[in-house]
Design a protein around this ligand. Structure first.
Ligand code: ZN
Length: 459
């Protein structure tokens, strides 16, 4: 008898919990106060694996995302095709995350017919939450744009910047100053004479352009534009001037948390994607290691507010079809990669993009000699390719490709299928209320729908 009473009380308790949960959701009451979405743009599992191997096997350090987060959170595999292509771009895949709706490539939070779709960040604004966008690309590039703007094509970055100010996004940190200054000023990418930096100041934003200025902001809205175009790759950045993704995330959380009802923050490790377009494995790993540090900061916040925080870390799409596999030396002899090969990658001192900006042999040799201690032979073919502006066409048996192993990008152990995005499903890991919905094999739109639901709106 006692046993049955116990059992009955457990059933009643569960029923009560279920009912209160249902009324919570259906009454439109938000279930979370803090939402942090972190996107490693273009980072497939092989990208994560490469960064994990380097940290774990070479440096004997933790790679937090795979070693901790994947075990602590709910892990999902994500189908992310666009409506007009199996291969998505950051606009269509970002729109799925930000709105819970699929669209065509290049479209920013709009349906293919041009109808704007409400975003989860707009929902957060409705609730009176503060908002923040951080990216290492131009801050008006597709991934941040999908959360706080609606345009038919991602290239309309000058319009996207205007929409950020109209929405009064509290924290805006990234690259792309060129989209905020009037057309007549040299270096502007605007099509009109609007001076959005002055307009931001009038709206009460503190405008900053380097790490020191960012650190000194203690309250209020902030617009940080740290470069004219994309922020420099971590390998190329002066860390005393250019804030890291971790430093930007720390400051954003500090400002957004202060005196607020709640906040929505999106952080993008944008340049994993750019490095992948260049098949630049050294920068892929460096950018992911930087992203990993920012994820730790967000996780620390989650850990302090686990019942009120939804933390989602994901990739919007894969890029490059990266593979860690057999590779071939100049004589055509194949072998498997080793830890020594990881060391070669780790010693690469700058990005492919920076090397490309110095296309003569002497300039590249100077770059190497300034930063790189090791044997160096730069084949003439490499110089010719850099000059020709052709992408590096990956071919495992190409002596050109293998010779880059002299100290640059395509060191033994990696092969790339393409310089473009792929349709390979990606990963998502999440913690906090609602994360149970994001396990297993899901469509990318579930991410947006789940955030809406946890903010009290059923989609
Ligand atoms: Zn891309």
């Amino acid at each position: 008898m006692k046993f049955y009473v116990k059992k009955l009380s457990v059933v009643l308790l569960l029923l009560a919990l279920l009912l209160s949960f249902q009324s919570y959701v259906f009454s439109g009451v938000p279930r979370v106060k803090y939402v942090i979405v972190m996107i490693a743009d273009g980072a497939g599992l092989a990208h994560l694996g490469s960064a994990y191997y380097l940290n774990r096997l070479l440096l004997e350090q933790e790679f937090f995302i795979t070693e901790r987060l994947f075990n602590l959170g709910r892990l999902g595999i994500v189908a992310n095709y666009a409506l007009n292509s199996l291969v998505p771009d950051s606009a269509s895949s970002g729109t799925a995350i930000a709105t819970g709706k699929k669209t065509n490539n290049n479209m920013v939070s709009m349906l293919p017919d041009g109808t704007p779709v409400k975003t989860v960040m707009e929902k957060a604004i409705e609730l009176g939450y503060k908002t923040g966008l951080i990216a290492k690309s131009t801050i008006t590039d597709a991934t941040p744009a999908v959360f706080a703007s609606h345009v038919p094509h991602r290239s309309l970055q000058d319009q996207i910047a205007v929409q950020y100010l109209e929405k009064r996004i509290d924290v805006i940190l990234g690259g792309g100053k060129s989209y905020w200054i009037p057309k007549s000023i040299s270096g502007s990418a605007r099509k009109d004479e609007r001076d959005l930096i002055s307009e931001a100041r009038e709206l009460g934003y503190t405008v900053v352009s380097n790490l020191g200025e960012l650190e000194s902001v203690k309250t209020g809205k902030v617009l940080g534009l740290f470069s004219s175009g994309n922020m420099p790759y971590r390998l190329d950045a002066d860390p005393t001037v250019i804030p890291s993704l971790k430093e930007m995330t720390e400051k954003a959380i500090e400002l957004l948390y202060k005196d607020s009802k709640g906040f929505f923050l999106m952080v993008e490790g944008s340049r994993v994607d750019h490095a992948s377009h260049n098949n630049d494995i050294a920068s892929v790993i460096a950018e992911l290691r930087e992203f990993d540090e920012a994820v730790k900061v967000a996780f620390d916040f989650y850990n302090k507010h686990p019942r009120e925080t939804l933390l989602i870390v994901t990739a919007d799409h894969d890029n490059g079809g990266l593979s860690i596999t057999t590779s071939y030396d100049t004589s055509g002899k194949g072998r498997y990669p080793t830890v020594e090969d990881l060391n070669k990658i780790f010693l690469v001192p700058f990005s492919f993009e920076r090397a490309k900006s110095v296309v003569d042999k002497e300039g590249i040799e100077k770059l190497f000699s300034e930063h790189y201690v090791g044997e160096l032979t730069i084949p003439q073919e490499w110089i010719e390719r850099l000059k020709s502006d052709k992408p590096i066409t990956p071919s495992l048996t190409s002596p050109f490709y293998a010779s880059l192993g002299a100290g640059f990008s395509a060191v033994y152990m990696t092969a790339w299928a393409t310089n473009d995005h792929t349709a390979t499903p990606v990963w998502v890991v999440s913690l906090g209320p609602g994360s149970y919905r994001l396990g297993g094999f899901i469509d990318q739109t579930e991410i947006g729908k789940t955030i809406f639901r946890m903010l009290g709106e059923i989609k």
